[in-house]
Design a protein around this ligand. Structure first.
Ligand code: DXP
Ligand SMILES: NCC(=O)COP(=O)(O)O
Length: 236
């Protein structure tokens, strides 16, 4: 199973001061150097973390695979066609949300989705839809012409009751197998972390997991040791 690293929250931290550090592109290159198979960024309509210039610079720098997460809007379609990431992932977006809440409502938006994906496909960009692990959503994703689905693991990640969490995990396993049987590539993501990721190794159909917040949060603490030591060395 491959790891794609989402670097949105490097930009969140950078934007806290609205200056230059930390740089999401530098983070992306470091993640690639350490074995990440791809870099994920979500260009939100409100640009709360990743900004247009970040995306341009990421496109120039990333050599593995750039996955642009975006809402299904004309503006984002133009940006994707201009930027040409290897992959776009369509996600639902609500301006007020703290993070993505649930999968893309593919039943509601099916006709628009079919039209939306045509120029993306013609440009040679792969498309993935971030959906709930349900057979109906997967079937519609395949019918709409997506090459890939990203199964939403946020519900699994938030379950504190083990029996309920196992049940949700089985739903993801069945969804992955069903998606693969339709010829779709399968990715999983949202809310995955160092404690809840291990069971995913038992689902061979999931080729890749996409993880952001947990890795950036861990990096802050594991990196603090050398950051403090380095500063002390300078001032002593
Ligand atoms: C689709 C998904 O689960 C996440 O990648 C999410 O879209 C990231 O966006 P935020 O970093 O704004 O939470
Ligand atoms: N597609 C999921 C993603 O990119 C990262 O989600 P999270 O790990 O930040 O919850």
């Amino acid at each position: 199973m491959r790891l794609a690293v989402n670097i949105d929250h490097i930009a969140t931290l950078r934007n806290a001061r609205n200056e230059f550090e930390p740089d999401p592109v530098e983070a992306a290159l470091l993640a690639e150097k350490c074995g990440a198979a791809g870099i994920v960024c979500h260009l939100r309509e409100d640009r709360r973390h990743i900004r247009d210039l970040d995306l341009q610079r990421l496109r120039e720098a990333v050599t593995t695979k750039l996955d642009l997460e975006m809402a299904m809007t004309p503006e984002m379609q133009q940006i994707a066609l201009k930027t040409r990431p290897e992959l776009i992932t369509l996600v639902p977006e609500k301006r007020e949300e703290l993070t993505t809440e649930g999968g893309f409502d593919i039943t509601r938006h099916f006709d628009t989705l079919v039209e939306f994906l045509k120029p993306i496909r013609e440009a040679g960009i792969e498309s993935s839809i971030f959906i709930e692990p349900s057979q109906s959503a997967i079937t519609l994703a395949a019918q709409a012409g997506a090459e890939m689905v990203e199964l939403h693991t946020g519900t699994y990640a938030l379950k504190t009751d083990f029996a309920e969490r196992d049940k949700e995990f089985e739903r993801i396993r069945e969804a992955a197998s069903f998606a693969k049987s339709l010829g779709l590539k399968v990715v999983a993501g949202h809310g995955l972390n160092y404690l809840n990721i291990a069971p995913f190794k038992t689902i061979p159909e999931i080729e890749e997991v996409s993880i952001g917040h947990a890795i950036i949060a861990r990096a802050v603490l594991t990196g603090l040791d050398s950051a403090v030591r380095e500063m002390i060395r300078i001032i002593e």
